[in-house]
Design a protein around this ligand. Structure first.
Ligand code: TYD
Length: 229
């Protein structure tokens, strides 16, 4: 199991906000992470926290290429797929996440390198190696909220949604392998949620996880960044 310890967060030291906080929402397709992210963002914004909401794959050129590939019925070689996710993430970190963290903001991301470990690991690449490479290159999330659901249930929800399908990633056999990697994942800051429950119950647990994972930025610490008297 992961621990919620070792969290780094924005701290006002001598009037300077050192670093923001990165929280990532993870899980299988259909696990409800995007809904939970939206709900958490509403609550935390109402509390006065200075949020940036973002996602991977991004809407940038690499992210668009990934989505196009996922919607077609042909995949690409696992190594190629992996390199596209890395390129997309490099751009995402450089342009969105790192500047926000440097400004002491709270960043909520729908997916992160944890998805690369599970999904590209399920393609047959080595999950431990992917994790080590990502941890060496990218900012580590302070909190990883992992919404757990079976591949069958997740896929049924995706199909109910009726959105455009992504056959490369959304098939039962593949998602079973992704789920198996999520299940054995051990990283700092990981919190698991039973996502087969009702939306409200899960949302309450997400808030509790946030509130109990200290130290997180207080509204005054994050909203005052850059405006010291
Ligand atoms: P998803 O969050 O489902 O986006 P959307 O709902 O907009 O389609 O992500 C798209 C797919 O990309 C999803 O099936 C998981 C996959 N994925 C990876 O395989 N590796 C990664 O590193 C990331 C971030 C996503």
């Amino acid at each position: 199991m992961g621990r919620a310890g070792g969290l780094k967060s924005a701290r006002v030291l001598g009037g300077v906000v050192k670093r923001g906080t990165l929280i990532v929402f993870e899980g299988l397709d259909g696990c409800g992470k995007s809904t939970q992210l939206r709900r958490a963002a509403e609550v935390w914004t109402a509390r006065g926290l200075d949020l940036v909401v973002t996602r991977e794959p991004t809407d940038g050129p690499w992210g668009r290429r990934i989505r196009e590939m996922a919607r077609s019925s042909e995949g690409v070689a696992p190594e190629t797929e992996l390199s596209w996710f890395f390129e997309d993430r490099r751009e995402h970190m450089r342009e969105v996440v790192e500047p926000a963290l440097a400004a002491g903001r709270l960043v909520l991301s729908d997916r992160s390198y944890i998805s690369t470990v599970a999904y590209q690991g399920a393609r047959g690449l080595d999950p431990a190696k992917i994790l080590a490479e990502c941890e060496a290159e990218f900012p580590r999330p302070d909190l990883i909220l992992l919404f757990e659901i079976s591949a069958r249930e997740g896929l049924a929800r995706v199909r109910e949604r009726g959105a455009e399908g992504e056959p490369v990633f959304e098939n039962l056999e593949f998602l079973d392998r992704v789920a198996a990697i999520f299940e054995t994942l051990e990283v700092d800051g990981l919190r698991r949620f039973d996502a087969s429950r009702g939306e409200d119950e899960i949302a309450a647990d997400v808030l509790e996880a946030f509130d109990s994972s200290t130290p997180f930025p207080s509204p005054s610490a994050s909203s005052r960044s850059g405006s010291a008297p």
